[in-house]
Design a protein around this ligand. Structure first.
Ligand code: SF4
Ligand code: SF4
Length: 251
């Protein structure tokens, strides 16, 4: 049974986290919202679009996320990571993600068999029907009014149920706090009108962050203009991370 406590306190804690000095540039439409006054979650519903054909696998998003969110440096803790898919002429698929792609990728071996190769950035999908929230025995993981899945580390007991329940491998147990952790869409930034760190640094604008409520937002425009897909749609988790140009082989 979920523990009843004041979510506002948790949200205030997330909102008050400092933004990295390295990432002070603001994202136009988001900044305009913040300038208008206090952040009102009822006016927003957040999502992300990822344009697979624009990602060059440089890994800057992975590095920026680690720096911004104090993610442990060891190469098995990530809030976002990039996978490379190589499909050969026989239809065989090879997937790699050395150190989450944080240093980019070495060129694949030239064996003449590779039909197609592409990069797929991944992160928490901020599911509208999130299994991680359903299994948490203490209500430490929850969905906010503006559609972001967060973890309250003060209430998390480190049982790992959510880590096992997430079908996307998006969560890890922080070795320092022994609590569950994952992408927050940089909640401390978006509530100040800034873009998430990974979006801010992407040199090709492969990541599009924005509003799902507003028809005029770049994300809604992307949804109108392209056939978007989500990961593992058959699981009915209702992700809010949408991909364009996603190959059927991506898992
Ligand atoms: Fe939860 Fe995983 Fe969905 Fe994120 S991707 S909301 S951690 S089930
Ligand atoms: Fe791909 Fe952009 Fe991340 Fe580079 S920064 S790996 S182009 S999503």
């Amino acid at each position: 049974m979920a523990k009843d406590y004041d979510r506002r306190e948790v949200l205030m804690k997330m909102v008050e986290l400092p933004c990295s000095a390295m990432l002070v540039a603001v994202c136009g439409p988001l900044a305009a919202q913040a300038d208008e006054g206090e952040y009102d979650p009822s006016e927003h519903y957040w999502g992300m679009g990822i344009q697979v054909d624009k990602c060059i696998g440089c890994g800057r998003c992975v590095e920026a996320c680690k720096a911004e969110n104090d993610v442990p440096r060891e190469p098995f803790y990530f809030r976002t990571w990039v996978e490379r898919y190589v499909i050969d002429n026989d239809g065989e698929v090879t997937v790699d993600s050395p150190e989450g792609g944080i240093r980019g990728f070495q060129a694949a071996e030239e064996d003449g068999d590779a039909l197609r190769a592409f990069f797929v950035p991944k992160l928490c999908n901020h599911c509208d029907n999130p299994p991680c929230v359903q299994v948490c025995p203490v209500g430490a993981t929850f969905i906010t009014e503006d559609g972001v899945i967060l973890v309250d580390s003060d209430y998390c007991i480190g049982c790992r149920y959510c880590i096992q329940a997430c079908p996307y491998g998006a969560r890890y147990l922080d070795p320092r706090s022994k609590t569950a952790d994952k992408c927050t869409f940089c909640y401390h930034r978006i509530t100040k009108g800034l873009a998430p760190a990974c979006v801010e640094v992407c040199p090709t604008e492969a990541r599009v962050f924005g509003e799902l409520k507003s028809q005029a937002s770049p994300l809604r425009r992307m949804k109108r203009m392209s056939a978007l897909q989500v990961l593992k749609p058959s699981l009915n988790t209702e992700p809010k991370v949408f991909y364009s140009g996603l190959d059927g082989e991506v898992r």
